[in-house]
Design a protein around this ligand. Structure first.
Ligand code: ATP
Ligand code: FE
Length: 370
């Protein structure tokens, strides 16, 4: 997670060089967090904090060097203030305050999920409020990051749906682990494997069919492929599962599980989006776009399926390029620009104030106008 990102939009050197589609290959300090997650199967807060402390100065310096800027060129400092692990957020906030204090720069506190949504306005200058946004990323447990929001204006978000248990990214990650895939790139690895499989070979259930709302549930779906794998491992074939006499080491079967899971996981999103579009257009007929962002939105299959739904409903899909869908500093900097240009920022920190910077919460897609 890149926590601090600075921006300068009046400087000549400012240009959207990150818009090219070349894949982002994590290296040096950037690779550290992916390696830790792969090694330990999750994030240990203390270890993550140490990793952040270890690399924060180098990451910021590298960003400045690559932009051919120094701190004196900056207009403000944007920093993620939540949601996330407070130990890690604090590392970023302290670094941001240090720079802002030293160079007398305003600070803009950014909500991570708002940044996932708003980065779409960087790549598509025609994207005006109001618009709908589906944010699909990670996080285990209720309130995980599977959000459908109506963005009426900057800082004004109505939550139409959220997950009642896990987010879709959590399901991708868990199933990738069971399928023995590379956990440094769990989602993309599962997507690749799914391309080899038959997505109708296993009939997983679409979650929450009977719930006529815009909420999500992925906890049940993520255990269904697990049951399937267990059945295969002990050589038992469930009557609902048209596969027998094979082991889960068999790549064809693992690909079928991946493809069948992915089809149903995305179908759940499609159903929820259709309902949200229908409802939102009744109260905001001027909505023209559905933004899909967050790590899972880099999935090509998901993009194709959602594009069909969105077009059928007379809207257009706005999906940032994959490297701006997964976590990135650009989305934090861009959301900083959005707020800063509307005068929404905090003054430069004075001297050694108590560490209350995490309280500078601005807008939250999860907590505003219900
Ligand atoms: P959050 O935004 O919820 O805090 P995060 O910030 O930790 O999550 P993101 O980069 O926003 O991370 O999303 C990561 C999730 O996206 C992971 O679950 C990852 O497996 C998933 N993901 C990334 N690429 C793909 C893909 N091609 N297909 C499916 N899932 C993907
Ligand atoms: Fe994220």
């Amino acid at each position: 997670i890149l926590i601090v990102m600075m921006f300068n939009f009046s400087h000549k050197a400012y240009r959207p060089c990150w818009l090219d589609e070349k894949p982002f290959n994590a290296s040096g300090p950037f690779a550290l967090s992916a390696d830790l997650v792969a090694k330990y199967g999750g994030v240990a807060p203390k270890m993550a904090e140490e990793a952040h402390l270890q690399v924060i100065d180098e990451v910021v310096q590298r960003a400045l060097d690559e932009a051919k800027l120094t701190e004196t060129d900056l207009s403000a400092v944007a920093v993620t203030i939540g949601p996330g692990l407070s130990l890690c957020l604090r590392v970023g906030v302290q670094k941001a305050r240090k720079i802002a204090g030293r160079f007398c720069l305003p600070i803009v506190g950014i909500h991570h999920m708002e940044a996932h949504a708003l980065v779409a306005r960087l790549v598509d200058k025609n994207l005006q409020f109001p618009f709908l946004a589906l944010l699909v990323s990670d996080v285990l447990g209720p309130g995980g990051h599977n959000l459908l929001i109506l963005a009426s204006d900057l800082g004004h978000y109505v939550q139409l749906g959220t997950t009642i248990d896990d987010a879709i990214g959590e399901a991708y990650d868990k199933i990738a682990r069971w399928l023995g895939l590379d956990m440094r790139r769990a989602g993309p690895a599962l997507e690749e494997l799914a391309r080899e499989g038959n997505d109708e070979s296993i009939k997983f259930r679409v979650p929450m069919k009977q719930h006529k709302d815009c909420n999500f549930s992925y906890a049940g779906l993520k255990t269904q492929p697990f049951v399937q794998l267990m059945c295969l491992q002990i050589g038992f074939s469930d009557p609902d599962v048209p596969i027998s006499s094979a082991s889960c080491q068999d790549r064809t079967i693992r690909a079928d599980i991946a493809a069948s899971f992915q089809r149903v996981a995305v179908m759940h999103l499609e159903e929820r989006c259709e309902r949200a579009i229908e409802w939102a257009l009744q109260i905001e007929p001027s909505i023209k776009s559905l933004v899909v962002s967050g790590g899972v939105a880099s999935n090509q299959y998901l993009r194709i399926r959602l594009n069909q739904i969105v077009e059928q409903n007379g809207l257009r899909l706005v999906c940032p390029p994959p490297r701006l869908c997964t976590d990135n500093g650009v989305m934090i900097a861009w959301t900083g620009i959005e707020h800063f240009t509307r005068g929404r920022y905090d003054p430069p920190p004075l001297g050694d104030e108590p560490d209350d910077a995490l309280k500078i919460v601005k807008s939250s897609p999860e907590s505003n106008d219900q």
